[in-house]
Design a protein around this ligand. Sequence first.
Ligand SMILES: [Zn+2]
Length: 158
Amino acid sequence: MKIKFPFLLFPALVFFVDSLKPNTLGVTNLFFVRILTSEKDNPGILAHELNHVKNMYITSLINFALTLCGVYLYSPTLLMFLGEVNWLNVAMFYAGSLGTYGWLYMLSDDFRFWQECLAFKEQAKYDTVSKLEKYAKVIADKYNTGKTYEQALAKLKE
Ligand SMILES: [Zn+2]
């Protein structure tokens, strides 16, 4: 296991595993990254997965801030329901915010498409020959976003 810091002091725990679902080299859930042992020395795969973790943290902070503002500005009763503002309540609020990225990724085809394009662009920085066409095909075929190969390629080239 390795600890990486893809965003400020926010950690990612990287585990190397012997199997993942077919045609998959790496998977990220929250800040847990799993990468096939055979890809242990592939910096592109690591960069791809860490990009997901970084954006998970950024999304969670945005959601956390919006939630706190919403509670203070619009919903004093929600705050009363949750109890006083103390570290435990704030920590629980934040823990809940960590799930935002996963929900958006699961529920929104556009968000998933956008995030995979960002992650593959990060991965591409480590390629010595361009694999953008290959990545565009993977994005179009594998992630069920409703987007075409041409749309994926155009986004990767932005
Ligand atoms: Zn990905």
